[in-house]
Ligand binder design. Structure first.
Ligand code: ME8
Length: 519
């Protein structure tokens, strides 16, 4: 079976409306997926929703709805949101789907049969908000728990535990031997530091039905449902199994009901894109779960930072939020995608300001890219009737440099650097207009050949830019192609090679890409 490039996002809790953080993560994954496709790889991109657990049950209850009804209503909103972001996901998982329940139960049965699970009485602290058991180590020096845990109660309960003790050393060795497993490096060091300085506690993977019934029943004890994180992480292998990759059913000893090899092999994932707050689940619990399941580890976990708004945590209660849908409706999707990827590298935390957004829109999109494309094509239309002159290579070396650098950036998931590289070509081409002054050349018939050269270099640079921009700003890239009168979509990186525009080709109609806004 051929192995496809398999990329996933975190699956979002369906306990509210999508916000900037969710949108940011999905756009990162989409750009990586699109760029890999553009570079010629066979890609499978998965995103979806985390629908079980207490957070969702409580949110449903607060609206007086049955959890499933509540989830179905919101899933519709989230699936529309994925379309609004122009995500090119190949599947959309919801953890309430039967295909997922089947794989979670098969996974639990396998780890149980393998001796990785035991039942015991737990007595201690429990954070309802985070659905997590806390220990003395989680107390702050003054004896209290971090307010992020919400109300912490004392609890005595029989539960099932997944063994983590003793799994520490191989994971440390693995992280040391595979420096790219968790990226960026500071996140990898965070995981290594955690593993070196703490003894792993076994993970409680059940919740008694009497306390929480919104979950997948344990296959070996119907009085319990599965802890939401054990359920959620399994989504990454549910979909490969559902898509006919027999790696997962073989490991789980489950029947493979789908036609194998229909869609190629997905597992192991090539990239899990996640936020910094859920690193431990992905870089510690998930590898240990996979080892117990007899499955290979994902190749890479890419960890992004968190957005704030105006230097403050975004919070619905204070109204300090960025609504991505409102931004997209006002400014367009590509302006949104551009700002989040250009402003914030994958790793550190970022700060959204409306002024910063407008400044980038105006300087880089309207005056930078928009102006270059509009004046290049308008002049070709005006001075040459829209007919492409003979090839000229004056900007070919600049373009080739940008193409090579962008390719290297994309292969390393350096999305911010790729945009900087692409904008250096835009800046170069805008300077070229100013230096060669085609509007002056047009006034002198003796300069006709020189004008031809300039017009070719500008139009061809616009075409190359469309190809480089496509993973980031797909709508804009397609508009540039349409305005150039080039058929098809600029979706193959190989077509960024210089010289694609043929002499005698007639371009389409120029139109502003990013209308200036007087704000
Ligand atoms: O954690 N900035 O779901 P979730 C950037 N269901 N990213 C942010 C953010 C912000 N302000 N706020 C949240 C869950 N995120 C689980 C995941 S995966 C098997 C299960 C990111 O809806 C967050 O870091 O709370 C996470 O990666 C994603 O949004 C979903 O968060």
């Amino acid at each position: 079976m051929n192995k496809r490039f398999y990329i996933t996002t975190a699956i979002d809790y369906v306990n509210g409306q999508p916000h900037l953080g969710h949108a940011y993560e999905k756009v990162i994954a989409d750009v990586i997926a699109r760029s890999r496709r553009s570079l010629g790889q066979d890609v499978f991109f998965l995103t979806g929703l985390d629908e079980h657990g207490q957070k969702v049950q409580q949110a449903a209850l607060a609206e007086g709805k049955k959890p499933q009804v509540y989830c179905d209503e919101l899933a519709d909103v989230w699936e529309k949101f994925a379309k609004k972001l122009a995500l090119t996901n190949d599947d959309f998982i919801r953890t309430t789907q039967p295909r997922h329940k089947e794989i979670v139960q098969a996974s639990l049965a396998k780890v149980n049969a393998g001796g990785h699970v035991y039942k015991t009485t737990y007595e201690g602290f429990y954070s309802t908000k985070e659905e997590t058991f806390l220990t003395e180590k989680d107390r702050r020096p003054d004896g209290t728990f971090d307010p992020s845990y919400g109300e912490v109660i004392r609890l005595k309960e029989d539960n099932y535990f997944f063994k983590l003790k003793g799994e520490q050393q191989w994971l440390i060795d693995y992280l040391e031997a595979n420096p790219s497993f968790v990226q960026p490096d500071n996140r990898r060091n965070e995981v290594l530091g955690f593993l070196r300085n703490n003894e792993l506690e076994d993970l409680c993977i059940s919740r008694p039905v009497a306390r929480l019934n919104w979950g997948i029943p344990l296959p070996f004890d119907e009085n319990y449902v599965t802890y939401v994180w054990f359920d959620a992480l399994v989504n990454y292998i549910t979909v490969p199994a559902a898509q006919g990759d027999d790696t997962v059913p073989k490991a789980l000893g489950a029947a493979n009901s789908r036609s194998p090899a229909a869609n190629g092999q997905l597992w192991p994932a090539d990239v899990h894109v996640i936020g910094k707050d859920i690193l431990k689940f992905h870089a510690v619990y998930w590898p240990i779960m996979l080892k117990a399941l007899g499955l290979p580890l994902p190749k890479q976990i890419v960890v992004h930072g968190w957005w704030q708004k105006d230097g403050q945590k975004m919070s619905k209660t204070t109204g300090n939020v960025v609504d991505p849908i409102a931004v997209i409706d006002e400014w367009g999707l590509d302006a949104f995608r551009f700002y989040v990827l250009r402003e914030l590298d994958i790793g550190p935390d970022g700060n959204w300001t409306d002024a910063g957004f407008r400044a980038r829109y105006s300087a880089e999109l309207a005056n930078g890219l928009g102006n270059l494309v509009n004046r290049s094509l308008s002049m070709l239309k005006r001075y040459r009737n829209g007919v492409v002159p003979a090839r000229s290579d004056e900007l070919a070396a600049d373009a080739a440099k940008a193409v090579a650098e962008t390719r290297a950036n994309l292969e390393q998931h350096q999305l911010q650097s790729a945009l900087q590289t692409i904008w250096s070509l835009i800046t170069r081409a805008n300077q070229y207009v100013d230096q060669t002054a085609p509007f002056k050349l047009a006034k002198d018939p003796a300069q006709a050949k020189r004008l031809d050269e300039v017009l070719y270099n500008l139009a061809e640079t616009c075409r190359v830019l469309a190809v480089l921009l496509w993973p980031f700003l797909p709508g804009t890239a397609e508009k540039i192609y349409a305005q150039l009168g080039v058929k098809g979509a600029p979706e193959k990186f190989a077509s960024a090679n210089w010289g694609g525009l043929a002499e005698g080709h007639s371009i389409g109609e120029p139109a502003p890409l990013f209308p200036r806004k007087d704000v």
